[in-house]
Write a protein that binds this ligand. Structure first.
Ligand code: RB5
Length: 166
């Protein structure tokens, strides 16, 4: 599995996950993505009850890494905690964005397969623009592919390092 692909003009299956701080924004972003013609898989949470964002981040990260969804959107208060959790899953490249230029570039250069943002940081219109910029962008490959491949080398190197310590 390469952790999903986004950016091509086709119907995609897009995961979405959030903690309690982003329930309303998640619903609005879900409806927005569906209005673009994509399928959305909602991994919760859907209540205001306090929950642990690492659980959601890992769940969505695994869904992307396994190919269950093509890519995903994660939202917490800042976008940071939930993306850190997702990035602990092999093959995941989750990027926090607060602007549309970053959202485009994380796809073009980093081949990010998860985009994250904060419900306490960006408003709903900016959040929609971030999602659109990310979905419309394509990975550019070439010299960027060499660098993205290095992410995987780091993952494997650290697994070996952990094994050697056991
Ligand atoms: C939850 O209060 C908050 O810590 C969380 O949404 C997020 O901002 C963590 O990174």
């Amino acid at each position: 599995m390469n952790g999903g692909t986004c950016g091509v003009v086709q119907i995609m299956k897009i995961g979405i996950g959030n903690d309690h701080s982003a329930v309303e924004m998640k619903q609005q972003i879900k409806e927005y993505i569906e209005s673009l013609g994509h399928e959305v898989v909602n991994y919760g949470t859907d209540t205001a009850e306090s929950c642990h964002y690492p659980v959601i981040g890992e769940t969505v990260g695994r869904a992307v890494a396994s190919g269950e969804v093509d890519c995903a959107v994660l939202i917490c208060g800042t976008g940071v905690g939930i993306s850190i959790a997702a990035n602990k899953v092999d093959h995941v490249r989750a990027a926090v964005c607060s602007d549309t230029t970053t959202a485009r570039l994380v796809k073009e250069h980093n081949n990010a397969n998860i985009i994250a943002f904060g419900a306490r940081i960006v408003g709903i219109e900016k959040a929609k623009d971030i999602v659109k910029a990310y979905l419309d962008a394509d990975f550019q490959g070439g010299r960027h592919a060499v660098r993205v491949d290095m992410f995987r080398e780091i993952e494997l190197k650290n697994v070996r390092h952990e094994m050697n310590r056991m």
